[in-house]
Design a protein around this ligand. Structure first.
Ligand SMILES: Nc1ncnc2c1ncn2[C@@H]1O[C@H](COP(=O)(O)OP(=O)(O)O)[C@@H](O)[C@H]1O
Ligand SMILES: [Mg+2]
Length: 289
């Protein structure tokens, strides 16, 4: 299925139904047809056939219990998020698919407001340790709500860091999608850099700056660092840790472990690939300033 084609084939009525599901997804795991009808201002009798057709297109999943209820699929939520961007003028044209991983779908796109950009659709909801407290969420919320949370978290981190740390400029966030600057660089693991010592120094310096701004990346590795001759860029922040949100000693300890793991990943990679060795404890000490 082509994403852009599916987008064009949607009727106004279907967008209204998806919009109604979105507006109620925080209150119901499966939004009752009746609630959808009311929110979308559509005759309740008309809702069922629309939901059936959306289900056939794999945009929603329907559940029949005491009542008919509906929830997004990943595809449905992503298409809907794109619709929100298009409607507000943040995305003008969808380009090529740049990548599809376990955790996201990445598109090139063009925006009249921002120029060429990257659109990232989040597939995963992170159960970071901060969320353990919200465990009850997992019982009552649909998993697509967690995708929205992931996108929001990523956007939040990029906002905080941009201008201080080398990250893509965040342009906009809607649903499970983040719109950001396109960086013309390759993942660290794909290239053999000529100045590995210098690159490692830059990475450590930036991680230190991130930390001083209250952020630990949380998934740092050669896969989430981009490089080009101008420098290094950090991407992929949905599971970052915000130091200002830590409340207990246990949380602080867990955050320290995560920072150590981040730094270890990088140091191990440079050791393995470039035979550069650095003592993890002194690097951590430097980062924590
Ligand atoms: N802003 C960007 N500019 C250029 N390439 C990007 C950008 N964001 C993501 N990518 C590319 O898409 C891939 C996946 O993005 P990432 O944010 O790491 O998501 P995932 O959670 O799927 O790993 C990256 O490894 C990179 O190749
Ligand atoms: Mg990644």
């Amino acid at each position: 299925m082509d994403f852009a084609e599916k987008f064009k084939s949607m009727s106004k009525l279907k967008w209204r139904v998806l919009d109604a599901i979105f507006k109620n997804m925080w209150d119901y795991k499966f939004v009752p047809a009746e609630v959808i009808a009311k929110t979308a201002n559509i005759n309740p009798e008309k809702i069922e056939p629309i939901l059936k057709s959306l289900k056939d297109e794999r945009l929603v999943e329907n559940k029949y219990t005491e009542y008919l209820g509906s929830a997004f699929t990943y595809l449905g939520l992503s298409l809907y998020s794109l619709w929100r961007f298009v409607r507000k003028g943040s995305v003008s044209m969808l380009g090529k698919k740049m990548g599809e991983g376990k955790e996201s779908l990445i598109f090139n796109c063009y925006s009249e407001k921002f120029g060429e950009a990257v659109l990232k659709f989040h597939k995963v909801g992170y159960s970071s340790f901060k969320k353990v407290k919200e465990k009850r969420d997992y019982g009552t919320l649909h998993f697509t709500v967690l995708m929205v949370r992931s996108a929001k978290n990523e956007f939040k981190a990029l906002k905080r860091l941009h201008g201080h740390v080398s990250v893509p400029k965040p342009y906009d966030w809607e649903g499970n999608a983040v719109l950001m600057e396109l960086i013309d660089a390759k993942e660290l693991f794909r290239v053999r850099v000529e100045n590995p010592e210098e690159v490692l120094e830059m990475i450590i310096e930036e991680v230190r700056e991130m930390f001083s701004l209250g952020i630990i990346h949380g998934d740092l590795s050669q896969y989430n660092i981009l490089v080009n001759p101008e420098g290094v860029w950090f991407i992929d922040f949905p599971q970052h840790i915000d130091l200002n949100e830590l409340e207990s000693d246990e949380e602080i300890r867990m955050a320290e472990d995560i920072l150590r793991r981040d730094v270890e990943n990088v140091l191990n990679y440079f050791k393995k690939t470039y035979r550069i060795e650095k003592d993890i404890n002194s690097v951590l000490k430097y980062i924590k300033g």
